[in-house]
Ligand binder design. Sequence first.
Ligand code: SF4
Ligand code: SF4
Length: 381
Amino acid sequence: MPVSDQETVALGRCPRYHPQEVRFGLQQILEPFGGIDALIRPGQKVLLKPNLLSAASPAEAVTTHPLILRVMTELIHERGGKVFIGDSPGNDSQEKAHHICGIQEVIEQTGAEALDFSNTIHKQVQGYREWNIPLAADLDQVDMVINMAKLKTHSLTGLTAAVKNIYGCVPGKNKVRFHFEYPLPGDFSRLLLDVYYAVKPAFSIIDAVIAMEGTGPRRGNPRRVGLLMASPNALALDNVAANVVGFRSDQVTTLAAAGELNLPGSVFSAISVRGVKLEKCRLTDFDKGPVSNGRLSRLIALLPFARIRNLFAGRRPYPRVNKDLCSGCGVCYETCPAQVIDFTGSIPDIDLDGCIRCYCCQEFCARGAIELNNTKRFFLL
Ligand code: SF4
Ligand code: SF4
């Protein structure tokens, strides 16, 4: 790309999911970086990596809207590139997610190809530590990755947008395993940064036409923001997205973790915003969700010594099952990385003493029957 400034973010208006408005919005956010011609070379194989957290209809605002993917695919094909679409959903099969999220239709309409994210390769990275990260083997088939994220609140990290979206490049159950190995928001966020730098998407776009507020990332409420956002730097992009919906950078744990290392994009004041003026986009009444006020616990979670962190870990809320909403499907039991959910009765029973508060159960409960509750106790020693 001609733009070397990794701390530039573009904002474009897109009031609704209408083909012409999406096309105009995408062109508007690509323009400061030289447009689609600067991003794509003819013949390039391009992976569009959407957020396909679970098999949810586009109206629920859980996943990247298929129209954004369709128009981006058309722009790349018009330029002579070849589009692939791939993600590893958290719990559902890729095939089921493609059908219900509207991706299958995009594939059939545009001639894009689905990439299979079920096979694993290991890539050595030197991030917070040197280690081998499991990634989808099919990433090796493409020349570049374009990150197509959705803006949503998130119980563990505050906000999920461009950096966290790349976590879907970790195949299947590895994602659940990492939740168990890195239960605290700060540790998990450092892992997310390592995955992001291992995949290194060339460009990131956030679908914030309809975002999710409240109890995200699965059961929050759709909220019209009317924006598309883009940057070569996902950290800068997330920083601006956070600002638009009223989060401080330190309330988003991936940004706080990046700030520890002074990574490009982690300092909000250093970011240049192009396109729509930021002051005209800011929302003052966006519902930041049940853990949004936990600034102290987020900062504590970033402390370097686990022993000190654990002293304060009890400040994070606990999950509880709302028996009136629970259908007894067992998904929470299957996805709990700590295996502390007993399902011998018709309704799950959570052993809070063993719960690591990763909130996977809340994330994958399609009924919204897992609620987060602050009241169990103040300290967990
Ligand atoms: S709490 Fe949710 S995921 Fe768990 S059994 Fe009930 S409905 Fe299913
Ligand atoms: S009960 Fe829920 S929050 Fe607790 S460890 Fe299991 S999945 Fe995570």
